[in-house]
Write a protein that binds this ligand. Structure first.
Ligand code: ZN
Length: 203
């Protein structure tokens, strides 16, 4: 299973990190060892104290595909989830400034969480799903898939031009503005629409 992540897919988040608006989706990957096990806390890693949460809508691929046209992309997934793409922000900024790959900052053990999956047909419009993240009971991120620069079907198509998509692969679709740091004893709770999708303790 591979985890493909999309960077810079919400313009307000691009501005908050002072990045340029991309002309194509920014892609990176996380290995399967980055996935947090269910009901396990997130441990701040020894190599960075500056870990940021990024809440994102996640899509699970159900069918093998390559060069998928956007109009057929909806046949390749049935389920949507909510995830966190943890990022060692200072380390990422350092790697970015040197033009180096981001893996150490993005793909470390435990650097992503995925909620239980929800059937996509539970949603009226996949391009109008609201989601949010609370830290210690206070809302820190709010987004809506309507704000994506590239929508889910376009992302599936784009990813599949580089990487064959296989059953069980997951795509993180980018984070809205409001990213920020976590500290030991914080608790995070993610919501899709108004339903709680996950809770996570930081250690
Ligand atoms: Zn992200």
């Amino acid at each position: 299973m591979k985890i493909i992540c999309v960077g810079r897919n919400y313009s307000a988040h691009i501005l908050e990190l002072k990045n340029e608006l991309p002309s194509e989706p920014v892609l990176f990957m996380k290995p399967d060892t980055s996935l947090l096990q269910k009901n396990q806390p997130f441990f701040i890693p020894h190599f960075s104290q500056d870990i940021h949460y990024e809440v994102e809508i996640v899509v699970k691929i159900k069918k093998i595909g390559k060069h998928i046209e956007p109009k057929y992309a909806s046949k390749y997934y049935d389920e949507i989830g909510l995830g966190i793409d943890f990022t060692a922000r200072t380390l990422q900024a350092d790697l970015k400034s040197k033009g180096l790959p981001w893996e150490k900052a993005k793909a470390f053990d435990g650097s992503c969480l995925i909620s239980d999956w929800i059937e996509k047909n539970k949603f009226q419009d996949l391009n109008a799903i609201s989601f949010s993240l609370q830290k210690n009971g206070k809302t820190v991120q709010e987004g809506n898939t309507a704000q994506m620069l590239w929508k889910i079907d376009e992302l599936i198509s784009y990813c599949s031009t580089f990487f064959t998509l296989k059953i069980g692969d997951v795509i993180f679709t980018g984070t809205p503005e409001g990213v920020g740091p976590v500290s030991p004893n914080d608790s995070l709770e993610g919501f899709i629409e108004s339903t709680s999708a996950f809770t996570l303790k930081i250690k």
